[in-house]
Design a protein around this ligand. Structure first.
Ligand code: SAH
Length: 217
């Protein structure tokens, strides 16, 4: 497969960035990251014209690559700093992971579906992105790599797993969509200290379900 990033793709990406800014994404580093990662690399050739639409898209195994606005919103909410150690739950296509890596974060990403885990683990290094890929149930976090500066959950959870809160550093942020199997509220949790957790609710989104021991059964 030859992966080309042409002027046409860059133009489409710039238009997407403008659209996201008009929709309320204000963090310039996030807009810059979305403007840099070639989203069309994550699409089969026949679907490539959909790569820069602000829509979720099927990636196989009944899963989706999240809508660009959702990726931008979750990333902005995480307040990523260079060198942050981030846990991503739901590797999927790897696009969100690349947006975090492009911001200079170190990413540990976990996926339950073996086919997606293998595909993305092989693909990301080919396009120049390095992360730690884990196969398993992300509702338990990733104990061996904890604690994290940030945790991002890219599937809809029924409740907030304690296991994830426990793996956050002091000052760390967890962004997780919580709700039923159709719509979820975006929740931002900030660990203030050992006991105190600040909670904010940030709008309605729609994700595929988070399945696992501390997720949907
Ligand atoms: N971040 C992805 C979005 C993928 S959709 C992207 O940028 O493409 C959500 C993903 O979460 C799916 O691939 C699904 O298989 C995975 N998932 C669901 N429950 C999970 C769990 N408990 N642990 C890890 N991954 C999970």
């Amino acid at each position: 497969m030859i992966l080309e990033d042409t002027f046409k793709h860059k133009g489409l990406r710039n238009s997407l960035v403008k659209h996201l800014a008009n929709k309320g994404i204000y963090d310039l580093s996030v807009l810059n990251s979305i403007g840099t990662v070639p989203r069309h690399f994550f699409f089969e050739k026949i679907f490539i014209e959909h790569a820069y639409e602000d829509k979720a898209f099927p990636i196989g195994e009944g899963q989706t690559i999240s809508q660009p606005y959702t990726v931008a919103f979750q990333t902005q909410t995480l307040e990523v700093k260079k060198g942050d150690k981030i846990l991503e739950i739901g590797t999927g296509s790897g696009y969100q992971c690349c947006v975090l890596l492009q911001l200079g974060a170190e990413v540990v990403t976990i996926e339950t579906q073996k086919i997606l885990y293998e595909k993305t683990k092989n693909f990301l290094p080919k396009i120049g992105y390095q992360a730690t890929f884990l196969l398993g149930d992300g509702t338990l976090g990733a104990h061996a790599y904890a604690p994290f500066d940030k945790i991002i959950v890219t599937a809809g959870a029924p409740t907030i797993p304690d296991s994830l809160i426990d793996q956050l550093k002091i000052g760390g942020v967890l962004v997780i969509p919580v709700g039923d199997d159709k719509v979820q509220k975006m929740i931002k949790l900030t660990r203030i200290d050992d006991k105190l957790i600040e909670k904010e609710e940030l709008g309605i989104f729609s994700f595929v379900p988070l399945i696992g021991e501390n997720g949907w059964k």
